[in-house]
Design a protein around this ligand. Structure first.
Ligand code: SF4
Length: 355
C-alpha cells in the first residue's frame, strides 16, 4: 500500500528536508534524501540509474515509486546572437506552455525564467498580459526551467550562471513557490547560483516586497518602473492604481539593503510616451537617495502600438540620470530575431496550434 501511495511522486522542487522525509517514508535512511538532493540539483542527474552513489536496490525502488519529471521542450528558437528561447510544456496540474530563455555571454550564461503561466497584471506593453493568468507554477516547475536550459546547453556552459525571474508572470504573486524554488537555486548544495547573480523583477507588488525584505536568502530586487508619474504609470501598468508610485518608492526606501546589494529599476523607453527629458528628470527625483541602478530598455516595435525611441532621446535620458549620480545602463533586449517581449512565444505557439 505504501508503494502505491508514493508511486511516481515527483521529486523535483523538493527541498533537502522534504527529500529526507520522503526517503524515510520509503523505509530508507534520511541521509539518502540529501544525496538525492545533491544528485538532482548539483549534478543534474535526472535518471535514478545514474545515481551510482546509491545502492542498486534503492535506485530500483526509486525508479518504481518516484520520478523526476522535467518539462518537455516543445520548441527551441535560436537567435543569431546565440540566445535560445524554449517553449516548455508543463503537464502536472492544468497543462500549460511557458517559456524560458538561455542567453550565453563570454564568461557566463543568463537564464530568464517564468513564474506563472500567463499573468494577471495586465501591463499594456506586454503580450503575456493578453493571455491572462493560466496558473501559478510550482517550485519544481520553476527550478526545472533552469535545469532544462542548463542541460540542453551542457556542452557549452560557462562557469557562472545568472538567473532572472523576468519571464511570464508576476513572481511576487506566486510568492511561496517562487521562494521555495529560489532556496534550491541559490543553495550552495543545490544549483549554487550566487544571490548576487539572481534578480527577481516585480511590477511593484508592495506586500511581496515587504515579505522579501525579511528573507534571509534572496535575489536582487528589480522594479519594473516604466513611468515617471502616477498618471503615466496608471496608463501602462494598471497595478499602479493599487500600489501607486509614492507608496512603491516608500517600500523601496524601507527595503533593508545589505552591503553590495542595490535595487534595480527597469525602464522600458516607449517612444513619445515616457522618454522625454522631463521624464528623465522626474525619474531622477523619484530615485533620489536610493541605492539604485537603472536599466533603460528601448522599446522594440512589435504588435503593440508603441514606437522605438530615437537613439538621441535614449542617450539624453541616460545622461540626465547619470548627471544626477544614478548608475544607468542602456540594454537592448536580446534574441530580437526570435521574438523579444515576454509572452510572444506562447502567443506564437497558440496561433500555430490554432492554425
Ligand atoms: S510585464 Fe510582467 S507583470 Fe506585467 S503583464 Fe507582463 S508578465 Fe505580467
Amino acid at each position: 500500500m505504501g508503494g502505491n501511495l508514493t508511486k511516481s511522486i515527483n521529486l523535483l522542487g523538493k527541498s533537502a528536508e522534504e527529500l529526507r522525509a520522503i526517503l524515510e517514508s520509503l523505509g530508507e535512511p534520511a541521509y539518502r534524501g540529501a544525496q538525492i538532493y545533491h544528485a538532482i540539483y548539483a549534478e543534474r542527474r535526472f535518471d535514478f540509474a545514474a545515481m551510482t552513489n546509491l545502492p542498486a536496490a534503492l535506485r530500483e525502488k526509486l525508479a518504481r515509486e518516484a520520478a523526476i519529471n522535467l518539462p518537455q521542450i516543445v520548441r527551441r528558437y535560436r537567435s543569431s546572437d546565440g540566445t535560445v528561447r524554449y517553449v516548455l510544456a508543463l503537464d502536472e496540474g492544468k497543462p500549460a506552455n511557458i517559456e524560458a530563455v538561455f542567453m550565453p555571454e563570454e564568461n557566463r550564461q543568463t537564464i530568464c525564467i517564468s513564474t506563472q503561466a500567463g499573468c494577471a497584471v495586465d501591463c499594456e506593453f506586454c503580450l503575456t498580459a493578453t493571455l491572462g493568468l493560466i496558473r501559478n507554477l510550482s517550485a519544481g516547475e520553476i527550478v526545472s526551467e533552469v535545469l532544462v536550459a542548463l542541460d540542453d546547453n551542457r556542452d557549452s556552459l560557462k562557469p557562472q550562471t545568472n538567473i532572472v525571474l523576468m519571464g511570464q508572470g508576476e513572481p511576487l504573486l506566486n510568492y511561496d513557490a517562487v521562494m521555495a524554488a529560489l532556496r534550491i537555486l541559490l543553495d550552495p548544495n543545490g544549483l549554487a547560483i550566487s544571490p548576487r547573480h539572481a534578480a527577481l523583477s516585480t511590477s511593484g507588488v508592495i506586500p511581496g516586497i515587504e515579505r522579501l525584505a525579511r528573507e534571509k536568502v534572496r535575489p536582487l530586487l528589480a522594479i519594473s518602473l516604466n513611468a515617471s508619474s502616477n498618471e503615466q504609470r496608471d496608463k501602462i501598468m494598471p497595478i499602479n492604481r493599487k500600489y501607486p508610485l509614492e507608496k512603491l518608492l516608500d517600500a523601496c526606501r524601507e527595503y533593508p539593503l545589505r552591503p553590495r546589494e542595490w535595487l534595480l529599476f527597469e525602464y522600458v523607453l516607449l517612444g513619445g510616451f515616457n522618454d522625454s527629458p522631463e521624464d528623465a528628470r522626474r525619474v531622477a527625483k523619484l530615485l533620489a537617495n536610493l541605492r539604485a541602478k537603472v536599466n533603460l530598455i528601448p522599446w522594440n516595435p512589435g504588435e503593440l502600438p508603441f514606437a522605438r525611441p530615437a537613439p538621441a532621446r535614449v542617450a539624453e535620458f541616460q545622461k540626465i540620470l547619470v548627471d544626477k549620480g544614478i548608475l544607468t545602463f542602456v540594454r537592448d533586449s536580446r534574441g530580437q530575431d526570435v521574438m523579444a517581449a515576454c509572452g510572444q512565444l506562447s502567443l506564437a505557439e497558440a496561433a500555430a496550434a490554432a492554425s
